[in-house]
Design a protein around this ligand. Structure first.
Ligand code: PMP
Ligand code: GLN
Length: 390
């Protein structure tokens, strides 16, 4: 039945693993969603918008002006990037729709799209729907010399051909927690300029950076004009169900993305758009508190997993820890994750599903730490059954 271009996509791992968590009553450290909602004042703003009749009918196609101005204000205040709220900002149904619309708008059938592997699962699906060809640039696991997940930019450079159209970036990176550093970003920017590539950059975890700082690639020389920057309110404000995302880019690129977006959802989330416009005006303390609270939970989960015997790599950003299960005597992350609820009542995500090269991803398993500390502690108690006898 399924059209050939969607072959192999199946059910997303997030749906599969969250259903497994519910069915087995397990603690869900799989799908990345917080177990506490975002600020009450932001929730109240959404409720007020509904009751006052703001956004209950189709909002404007590009998004309500209040939110487009707030997004432009955020990019200017945090990064010094200036975008015209009327022509260079587009509101989308989460980052997911922004990614889909950007790829559908900018990739011709047969064009090659280079993306870091492991890649967030919707990238593969959307490249396929656009008729593009996915070219993975596999991230290297931590080594003693380079104790973080990191890109191999020589290999990435060698994979550029005259059919390469888009460089699809994600930093902070899901699932590895890598944050591209300044030197890596400069090299990527240089490759994009020299090869005349469009860069689509998924920065949904921009405010969840624990080591170093988040540098949008659009701020680098020559990049503003060729970059589609994508972000979303889900992670920053802990309302992942609202699905309010956005694109910032020069007019020509926004207009291309909007052309595709019109026929995906046209518009969405009217009242939530008003609430997110308010949320974007929260003081900087809000962002710092979120980051520090997640940093403490990262440290709790990382130390606990390491004590149990997992190989734990530094999470520089996002709310995920990628672990290596080989020290536990395991090497098949998919089988490990499918058995974990039965073995100890915890759900995690096998990184192999984010790889074309399943072998390369097999020993890695992702846990999220965007849960209450007591939930993480309970999960660690349960996972302790995995400790290998000495
Ligand atoms: N990109 C990445 C890297 C993600 O982890 C997620 C999940 N939040 C998304 C995009 C989707 O974001 P949204 O929920 O705003 O559609
Ligand atoms: N971004 C979330 C994660 O990586 C999941 C979002 C989704 O279920 N599509 O866990």
């Amino acid at each position: 039945m399924l059209a050939t271009r969607l072959h192999g996509l199946g059910t997303t791992i997030f749906a599969e693993m969250s259903a497994l968590a519910t069915a087995t009553g397990s603690i869900n450290l799989g799908q990345g969603f917080p177990d506490s909602d975002g600020p009450a004042a932001v929730a109240a703003a959404a409720a007020r918008a509904i009751l006052e009749g703001r956004g209950n009918q189709y909002p404007p196609g590009p998004g309500i002006p209040e939110l487009r101005h707030a997004v432009a204000g955020h990019q200017a205040a945090w990064y010094g990037l200036r975008f015209d709220p009327d022509t260079e900002v587009l509101i989308t149904a989460g980052a997911t729709e922004a990614i889909a619309a950007a790829l559908l708008a900018l990739v011709n059938p047969g064009d090659e799209v280079i993306a870091f592997e492991p890649y967030y699962d919707s990238y593969a699906a959307c490249i396929a729907m656009a008729g593009g060809i996915r070219v993975p640039a596999t991230l290297r696991p931590p080594t003693p010399e380079q104790p973080r997940w990191h890109p191999d930019l020589d290999i990435l450079e060698a994979s550029i051909t005259d059919r390469t159209r888009v460089l699809l970036l994600n930093s902070p990176h899901n699932p590895t927690g890598m944050v591209l550093d300044e030197a890596e970003l400069h090299r990527l920017a240089d490759l994009a300029v020299r090869n005349d590539l469009v860069v689509i950059t998924d920065e949904v975890y921009e405010h969840l950076v624990f080591e170093g700082s988040h540098i949008p690639i659009a701020t680098l020389p020559g990049m503003r004009d060729r970059t589609v920057t994508i972000s979303s309110s889900g992670k920053t404000f802990s309302f992942t169900g609202w699905k309010i995302g956005w694109v910032t880019a020069p007019t020509e690129l926004v207009s291309a993305v909007r052309t595709a977006k019109q026929f995906l959802t046209y518009v969405s989330g009217g009242p939530f758009q008003y609430a997110v416009a308010d949320a974007l005006k929260l003081p900087r303390d809000y962002y710092a508190d979120l980051r520090e609270s997640l940093r403490a939970r990262r440290d709790l989960l990382a130390a606990g997993l390491a004590d149990i015997g997992f190989g734990v790599s530094a999470t520089e950003g996002t709310y995920f820890i990628t672990t290596d299960i080989r020290p536990l005597g395991e090497d098949d992350g998919l089988a490990f994750c499918r058995a974990l609820p039965e073995r100890c009542g915890v759900v995690a995500i096998p990184n192999a599903v984010f790889y074309d090269d399943k072998q390369a991803g097999a020993p890695f398993v992702r846990f999220t730490f965007c849960k209450k500390p007591e939930v993480l502690s309970e999960a660690l108690d349960r996972l302790a059954v995995l400790v290998k006898p000495a």
